[in-house]
Ligand binder design. Structure first.
Ligand SMILES: Cc1ncc(COP(=O)(O)O)c(C=O)c1O
Length: 397
């Protein structure tokens, strides 16, 4: 490591809270799907800033929209009308299922899910929630009770409202948990942090029916799967399921902090002004960025691209899984959200570190899963070069 890197680490240790276990990388700039550290080392980024940089780092259209908006109007009180927020809501209305109509903007995925839980409570006047084991919905105090991962939830059990947990993908278990006390079931169409778990066919349809039968609502958390990531605008488009409440974040803003919960006219009519919100919620700068991201995805046909490239990645990694079945359990995913499940957690850690040393950033999640979720516009040759490295490391380490 260089002196410049050591100096950053040392200075940070003096002033930062221990919020994360950092990688030994200090990034300085990015362009498309490549990033460079402070010593000029180049990496291919298969994490897209945790599934956020949907159109790559510093896309020129996004950079100039942000710069233009920054010279026009960055922030206002949310009490006034602004054009960028309206344009974004209209665009979202066009790409979401027929029944989903109304947007409520917030600043993070967790806040979107908080809003969704509050809305479900208002709409049903019930207070119980069903969630899935292995789920991730954010870390704020309301949604943390819905996190099906003990490591995040257990430490706060004294001060949270816990959901009823059912195994992900197990429809019968969900059906028996969703009763007349339940306001909503909250679920990811594909579990992301939980290890890129794709549920069995018919699961979401079954959940929608079970919720409807019990008078409960279905909240689909598409914070990670939405905005083209799975090869459709939304992961629920694959099955045609229309959620009662939909949450979006991450890829929506392309890097600016904006998220939303959305619902039908009827469901959304049960909240009142002041029930939820935030100082920065849907501010002009973030809204303009998000509207630009949606426009670029549409103009560059990136949803179809994510479907095609995702298939390519999965096929390559499934072939690897067959070749090296003693090391790789499987490769799975939907669109450009792909997980390679390795058999050994220690080995997964060394694969993760070694790929980084060789200039490829991937994410390690759920202990044994290498998650690959690059920008939807990653050039195919860069993607293949990065996959060559991931494969070589898994084969040879
Ligand atoms: C499915 C899902 N929901 C919610 C969140 C929380 O989003 P944020 O970190 O923006 O609060 C995440 C973050 O990883 C996520 O993957």
């Amino acid at each position: 490591m260089s002196d410049a890197y050591d100096a950053i680490v040392k200075r940070e240790q003096e002033v930062f809270a221990p919020g994360v276990r950092r990688w030994p990388v200090a990034l300085e700039r990015g362009l498309g799907s490549r990033v460079w550290d402070i010593d000029g080392k180049e990496y291919i980024d298969l994490t897209a800033g945790w599934g956020v940089n949907s159109i790559g780092h510093c896309h020129p259209a996004l950079a100039s929209a942000i710069a233009d908006q920054a010279r026009t109007l960055i922030q206002t009180t949310n009490i006034v009308y602004t054009q960028p927020q309206l344009e974004l809501a209209e665009r979202l209305d066009r790409i979401t299922p027929e029944n989903i109509h109304r947007s409520f903007f917030v600043s993070s995925g967790a806040e979107a899910n908080e809003g969704a839980l509050k809305l479900a409570h208002r709409a049903t006047e019930r207070a119980r929630f069903v969630a899935t084991l292995g789920s991730f919905h954010g870390r704020t105090l309301g949604v943390i009770g819905m996190l099906g991962q003990e490591k995040y939830r257990a430490r706060w059990s004294a001060i949270i409202h816990e959901g009823r947990f059912v195994p992900y993908g197990d429809l019968a278990a969900a059906e028996s948990a969703i009763d007349e006390e339940v306001a909503a079931m909250i679920v990811e169409p594909v579990q992301g942090e939980g290890g890129v778990v794709v549920p069995p066919e018919g699961y979401l349809e079954g959940l929608a029916s079970a919720c409807a039968a019990a008078g409960a609502l279905l909240i689909l958390d598409e914070v990670q799967t939405g905005i083209g990531r799975t090869g459709r605008w939304l992961a629920c488009n694959h099955s045609g399921v229309e959620p009662d409440i939909l949450t979006l974040g991450k890829g929506l803003g392309g890097g600016l902090p904006i998220a939303a919960f959305m619902a039908s006219d009827a469901v959304m009519s049960s909240i009142e002004p002041g029930d939820h919100g935030g100082t920065y919620a849907g501010n002009p700068l973030c809204s303009r960025a998000a509207a630009t991201v949606l426009r670029v995805i549409e103009e560059e046909a990136l949803v179809a691209r994510a479907a095609g490239l995702g298939e390519h990645v999965r096929k390559r990694l499934q072939a690897l899984a067959q070749r090296r079945s003693e090391r790789v359990e499987c490769a799975r995913g939907l669109g450009l959200l792909v997980g390679v499940v390795l058999r050994d957690a220690g080995f997964t850690g060394s694969v993760h570190a070694r790929t980084r040393e060789l200039g490829v950033l991937v994410n390690l999640t759920a202990e044994r899963v290498i998650r690959i979720f690059p920008a939807l516009n990653i050039p195919e040759d860069e993607l293949d070069r990065a996959l060559d490295i991931v494969e070589a490391v898994i084969e040879k380490e």
